[in-house]
Design a binder for this molecule. Structure first.
Ligand code: FAD
Length: 485
């Protein structure tokens, strides 16, 4: 009987340069691929209209087609993606048994709940006489590949990055030549069909109207758009009104693009001395860094990376919290950023830092609340990067912003959205506010408000806090850090 394997795809929705798929195709004669719409995750979503589910669904359809074409190119017809809807841990074990495979292969996930789930699946498969193996695919360098000379994980980014860059050689970036072995993709059993979004209990979100490209092809379109801009990344990346970043994060999140492909391109440009490429490569290093931190320190999901910071007494301030969530803080850059998140599911990196700092250091609200809100709304939500970003902004994390550094939301706005272009894009109610007031309309006198047709308190919120006073309160809140013992 032919040897058979099942590749369980999760956050790796592509069939080019795919570690687990490559290993399966090389070692087994017949290889099936499955994706499970996991009800253990979907049932927890607060709404039935979720851009991420839309993105995944569209990308699953594209992956099915790509697998079909790949197999057809080798003369196998009727291959494609098996799709299930149910608790993933059970579905995978049942399917593996029904197909009679000898092994289930998958790409490694670093989130604590995924690790626990995979351990359960491995145990259940073992009980059924089926092997389970996982591979590095999501990151460039794995949890234990970049360690200090003493063999410990790094907790400071700069030395980590130095060591990371030294290890990042051609071998680490090499693509897995999946197509070479695609003749081993198996034809699907009869009667297989991919459920529609409605079958999954979801409605279409506004993803399509936002024109966010999905699937591997979507990722390649964004990449081709970004490549000529990579050289300018260094200068343009901090300005949200400018097209300065890659917008690839959602594709990295769901694996519709290979991190090795991105690194290969960035390394090639970086070697020519291109500062933009070097900086962009550093961002990919931050991504690996936070995945490594989560793996070694899973307690960060609920606790501060540095335990002493769990002494911080955060405020219980439901009205301020609502104002932040609903983009009504009276600080235009913060509110425009929150509107961008609510309307599109994306937020520019500079703005993530600004709104996270505002929530924790101006409103005195626990970073965990903001972290959860982002988890609910970000298309690219990724536990490790999100947790890392929030703990960085709140000063509770590894290599975080020092506690006494507090972003001023007005000067951030003046520096990074100097003519208010981004603010006006997301806060049309401020369209006619003169440039000199766009960063803080509360400074306008009543007659000036009248002249531009804006009434504060009616058309746009009064500031919910005074930044200067909020800053003083935060310094007091962290005061214990002056004598931490
Ligand atoms: P680019 O600037 O083009 O960067 C390329 C890639 O590098 C990104 O797609 C991302 O994978 C990685 N990257 C860039 N910056 C960072 C960073 N600071 N940390 C880790 N990886 C980075 N990123 C997420 O992918 N998911 C999150 O849930 C997330 N939450 C964040 C929360 C906060 C409070 C902060 C401050 C940052 C967060 N980030 C998160 C990091 C960063 O903001 C996004 O990765 C970036 O804005 C995505 O846009 P892009 O793809 O155009 O990035």
């Amino acid at each position: 009987m032919a040897s058979r394997a099942l590749v369980w795809m999760r956050r790796d929705l592509r069939c080019d340069d795919h570690a687990a798929l490559y290993h399966a195709l090389r070692r087994f004669e017949q290889v099936y691929c499955v994706f499970v719409f996991d009800t253990d995750i979907l049932d927890l979503l607060p709404t039935r209209e979720d851009r991420r589910v839309d993105f995944i669904h569209a990308s699953v359809l594209a992956l099915d087609e790509d697998l079909r074409q790949l197999a057809a190119g080798c003369g196998t017809h009727g291959a494609g993606l098996l799709v299930r809807h149910g608790p993933a841990a059970q579905e995978v074990v049942q399917l593996a048994q029904a197909l009679g495979v000898q092994e289930v292969l998958t790409n490694r996930d670093y989130e604590p709940e995924a690790i626990a789930r995979d351990a359960r699946v491995a145990g259940d498969l073992q009980a059924a006489g089926i092997a389970f193996s996982d591979y590095k695919d999501q990151v460039l360098l794995d949890r234990d590949e970049v360690l200090t000379q003493q063999g410990h994980p790094y907790s400071v980014f700069t030395p980590y990055k130095r060591a990371w860059l030294q290890k990042l050689d051609a071998f680490q970036c090499k693509a897995y030549p999946v197509a070479r072995y695609a003749g081993h993709l198996a034809a699907l059993p009869k009667g297989e069909a991919i459920p529609s979004l409605a079958d999954l209990g979801f409605q279409p979100s506004n993803l399509a109207s936002l024109k966010i490209p999905t699937g591997s092809r979507g990722a390649q379109l964004l990449l081709q758009d970004f490549l000529p801009r990579m050289a300018a990344y260094q200068d343009a990346r901090d300005f949200p009104a400018v097209k300065g970043v890659s917008y690839l994060s959602v594709h990295l999140r769901f694996g519709t693009v290979s991190i090795r492909q991105l690194a290969t391109l960035a390394v090639a440009q970086a070697r020519t001395g291109c500062e933009g490429a070097q900086t962009w490569l550093s961002e990919l290093a931050w991504r690996d860094f936070y995945a490594m931190i989560l793996w070694h320190h899973p307690q960060v999901v609920t606790q501060s990376f540095r335990p002493i910071y769990d002494k911080v007494q955060w405020d219980d301030a439901p009205e301020l919290w609502q104002a932040w969530c609903e983009a009504r803080t009276g600080y235009p850059l913060v509110d425009a950023a929150m509107r961008q998140l609510l309307q599109t599911g994306y937020m520019h990196n500079r703005l993530r830092m600004v709104v996270a700092s505002f929530l924790t250091k101006d409103l005195g609200i626990d970073w965990r609340a903001g972290e959860r809100f982002f988890a609910q709304h970000l298309n690219d939500y990724d536990l490790s990067s999100n947790n890392g970003g929030w703990q960085w902004a709140a000063s509770t994390g590894c290599d975080a912003q020092p506690w006494f550094r507090i972003f001023n939301p007005i000067t951030q706005s003046e520096r990074f959205d100097p003519d208010g272009k981004f603010i006006r894009r997301y806060l049309p109610e401020l369209a006619k506010v003169p440039d000199r007031y766009i960063h803080f309309p509360a400074a306008m006198k009543p007659l000036e408000q009248q002249a531009c047709g804006l009434q504060l308190g009616r058309d746009y919120a009064h500031p919910v806090v005074d930044h200067g006073r909020a800053r003083e309160r935060t310094l007091m809140r962290f005061h214990f850090m002056k004598n931490p013992d």
